[in-house]
Design a protein around this ligand. Structure first.
Ligand code: SF4
Ligand code: SF4
Length: 163
Protein backbone atom coordinates (compact mmCIF):
# COMPACT_ATOMS: atom_id res chain seq x y z
CA UNK A 1 0.00 0.00 0.00
CA UNK A 2 2.78 2.48 0.88
CA UNK A 3 4.43 2.09 -2.56
CA UNK A 4 1.08 2.58 -4.19
CA UNK A 5 0.49 5.81 -2.24
CA UNK A 6 3.99 7.06 -3.05
CA UNK A 7 3.41 6.56 -6.78
CA UNK A 8 -0.11 7.95 -6.79
CA UNK A 9 0.66 11.65 -7.53
CA UNK A 10 2.73 10.57 -10.56
CA UNK A 11 0.07 8.14 -11.78
CA UNK A 12 -2.66 10.74 -11.30
CA UNK A 13 -0.61 13.34 -13.19
CA UNK A 14 -0.18 10.92 -16.09
CA UNK A 15 -3.94 10.37 -16.27
CA UNK A 16 -4.90 13.99 -15.58
CA UNK A 17 -5.65 15.18 -19.12
CA UNK A 18 -7.54 12.02 -20.02
CA UNK A 19 -9.63 12.27 -16.83
CA UNK A 20 -10.25 15.98 -17.33
CA UNK A 21 -11.63 15.31 -20.83
CA UNK A 22 -13.72 12.42 -19.49
CA UNK A 23 -15.31 14.63 -16.81
CA UNK A 24 -15.96 17.47 -19.27
CA UNK A 25 -17.93 15.02 -21.42
CA UNK A 26 -19.66 13.57 -18.36
CA UNK A 27 -20.81 17.01 -17.21
CA UNK A 28 -22.36 17.71 -20.63
CA UNK A 29 -24.26 14.44 -20.81
CA UNK A 30 -24.29 12.41 -17.58
CA UNK A 31 -25.87 8.96 -17.92
CA UNK A 32 -29.32 8.75 -16.32
CA UNK A 33 -28.16 6.05 -13.92
CA UNK A 34 -24.92 7.80 -12.86
CA UNK A 35 -25.88 7.84 -9.14
CA UNK A 36 -26.46 4.09 -9.31
CA UNK A 37 -23.19 3.42 -11.17
CA UNK A 38 -21.23 5.49 -8.63
CA UNK A 39 -22.83 3.71 -5.70
CA UNK A 40 -21.83 0.39 -7.22
CA UNK A 41 -18.25 1.44 -8.08
CA UNK A 42 -17.81 2.97 -4.62
CA UNK A 43 -19.02 -0.14 -2.82
CA UNK A 44 -16.93 -2.48 -4.99
CA UNK A 45 -13.78 -0.42 -4.41
CA UNK A 46 -14.20 -0.07 -0.65
CA UNK A 47 -14.74 -3.81 -0.30
CA UNK A 48 -11.16 -4.15 -1.60
CA UNK A 49 -9.60 -1.10 0.08
CA UNK A 50 -8.71 -1.03 3.75
CA UNK A 51 -8.51 2.61 4.82
CA UNK A 52 -6.64 1.55 7.98
CA UNK A 53 -3.72 0.47 5.79
CA UNK A 54 -3.73 3.85 4.08
CA UNK A 55 -4.94 6.94 6.01
CA UNK A 56 -3.34 9.10 3.33
CA UNK A 57 -6.21 11.61 3.44
CA UNK A 58 -5.71 12.10 7.19
CA UNK A 59 -1.93 12.31 6.74
CA UNK A 60 -1.80 14.79 3.88
CA UNK A 61 -4.90 16.96 3.68
CA UNK A 62 -7.29 16.98 6.60
CA UNK A 63 -10.90 18.15 6.46
CA UNK A 64 -12.62 21.46 6.82
CA UNK A 65 -14.66 21.83 9.99
CA UNK A 66 -18.23 23.18 9.86
CA UNK A 67 -19.75 24.97 12.87
CA UNK A 68 -21.71 21.78 13.64
CA UNK A 69 -18.50 19.70 13.51
CA UNK A 70 -16.79 22.13 15.88
CA UNK A 71 -19.70 22.08 18.37
CA UNK A 72 -19.87 18.27 18.33
CA UNK A 73 -16.13 17.64 18.65
CA UNK A 74 -15.64 20.37 21.28
CA UNK A 75 -18.40 18.74 23.34
CA UNK A 76 -16.63 15.37 23.02
CA UNK A 77 -13.50 16.94 24.54
CA UNK A 78 -15.59 18.89 27.09
CA UNK A 79 -14.26 22.13 25.65
CA UNK A 80 -16.04 25.31 24.61
CA UNK A 81 -16.10 25.65 20.79
CA UNK A 82 -13.76 28.64 21.02
CA UNK A 83 -11.27 26.67 23.14
CA UNK A 84 -11.33 23.83 20.60
CA UNK A 85 -10.77 26.29 17.76
CA UNK A 86 -7.77 27.97 19.39
CA UNK A 87 -6.22 24.63 20.29
CA UNK A 88 -6.59 22.80 16.98
CA UNK A 89 -7.83 24.95 14.11
CA UNK A 90 -6.92 27.88 11.89
CA UNK A 91 -8.79 29.77 9.17
CA UNK A 92 -7.58 29.10 5.62
CA UNK A 93 -7.52 31.29 2.48
CA UNK A 94 -11.14 30.38 1.74
CA UNK A 95 -12.26 31.39 5.22
CA UNK A 96 -12.87 27.81 6.34
CA UNK A 97 -11.75 26.26 9.61
CA UNK A 98 -9.06 23.66 8.94
CA UNK A 99 -6.45 21.80 11.00
CA UNK A 100 -3.45 23.78 12.19
CA UNK A 101 -1.20 21.06 10.84
CA UNK A 102 -1.19 17.71 9.02
CA UNK A 103 -1.01 14.75 9.60
CA UNK A 104 -4.25 15.24 11.49
CA UNK A 105 -3.64 15.51 15.19
CA UNK A 106 -6.46 13.01 15.85
CA UNK A 107 -4.83 10.26 13.79
CA UNK A 108 -3.19 7.50 15.82
CA UNK A 109 0.03 5.66 14.93
CA UNK A 110 -2.19 2.65 14.12
CA UNK A 111 -4.12 4.82 11.59
CA UNK A 112 -7.23 4.83 13.79
CA UNK A 113 -9.08 8.12 14.23
CA UNK A 114 -9.32 9.01 17.92
CA UNK A 115 -12.54 11.00 17.33
CA UNK A 116 -14.06 8.56 14.83
CA UNK A 117 -17.65 8.71 16.13
CA UNK A 118 -17.72 12.51 16.11
CA UNK A 119 -15.33 13.14 13.21
CA UNK A 120 -16.04 15.99 10.75
CA UNK A 121 -18.65 15.48 8.04
CA UNK A 122 -15.93 15.94 5.40
CA UNK A 123 -14.04 12.95 6.84
CA UNK A 124 -17.16 10.80 6.83
CA UNK A 125 -17.84 11.63 3.20
CA UNK A 126 -14.29 11.55 1.76
CA UNK A 127 -13.55 10.75 -1.11
CA UNK A 128 -17.17 11.61 -2.04
CA UNK A 129 -17.31 8.91 -4.71
CA UNK A 130 -20.82 7.81 -3.67
CA UNK A 131 -22.15 11.33 -3.85
CA UNK A 132 -25.22 12.03 -5.95
CA UNK A 133 -24.62 14.02 -9.17
CA UNK A 134 -20.95 13.06 -9.00
CA UNK A 135 -20.19 14.98 -12.22
CA UNK A 136 -20.62 18.23 -10.25
CA UNK A 137 -17.53 17.64 -8.13
CA UNK A 138 -15.15 16.69 -10.92
CA UNK A 139 -12.58 19.41 -10.10
CA UNK A 140 -12.36 18.22 -6.52
CA UNK A 141 -12.15 14.61 -7.70
CA UNK A 142 -9.28 15.44 -10.06
CA UNK A 143 -7.37 16.58 -6.95
CA UNK A 144 -8.50 13.68 -4.78
CA UNK A 145 -7.23 11.02 -7.20
CA UNK A 146 -3.67 12.12 -6.36
CA UNK A 147 -4.33 11.57 -2.62
CA UNK A 148 -6.72 8.65 -2.43
CA UNK A 149 -5.92 5.33 -4.13
CA UNK A 150 -9.58 4.30 -3.92
CA UNK A 151 -10.75 7.48 -5.69
CA UNK A 152 -8.07 6.90 -8.36
CA UNK A 153 -9.30 3.35 -9.00
CA UNK A 154 -12.94 4.42 -9.05
CA UNK A 155 -12.28 7.10 -11.67
CA UNK A 156 -10.29 4.65 -13.81
CA UNK A 157 -13.17 2.16 -13.56
CA UNK A 158 -15.69 4.89 -14.45
CA UNK A 159 -13.74 5.60 -17.63
CA UNK A 160 -14.03 1.95 -18.61
CA UNK A 161 -17.70 1.63 -17.72
CA UNK A 162 -19.08 4.92 -19.08
CA UNK A 163 -18.25 5.41 -22.75
S1 SF4 B 1 -10.41 7.40 1.93
FE1 SF4 B 1 -8.83 7.08 0.40
S2 SF4 B 1 -7.02 8.24 1.11
FE2 SF4 B 1 -8.44 8.03 2.83
S3 SF4 B 1 -7.73 6.22 3.90
FE3 SF4 B 1 -9.34 5.53 2.50
S4 SF4 B 1 -8.26 4.92 0.63
FE4 SF4 B 1 -6.83 6.14 1.85
S1 SF4 C 1 -10.53 13.69 12.17
FE1 SF4 C 1 -10.12 11.50 12.02
S2 SF4 C 1 -10.88 10.90 10.00
FE2 SF4 C 1 -10.67 13.13 10.01
S3 SF4 C 1 -8.63 13.61 9.18
FE3 SF4 C 1 -8.45 13.46 11.42
S4 SF4 C 1 -7.88 11.33 11.84
FE4 SF4 C 1 -8.71 11.42 9.76
Amino acid sequence: MQDLIKNLPKQAAEKHNESKKFFAKLRKKPPKNLDYIMQELHEEEFERTDCLECANCCKTTGPLFTDKDIERIAKFFRLKPQQFISQYLRIDEENDYVLQSVPCTFLGADNYCSIYDVRPKACREFPHTDRKKFQQISNLTLKNVAICPAAFNIVEEMKKRIK
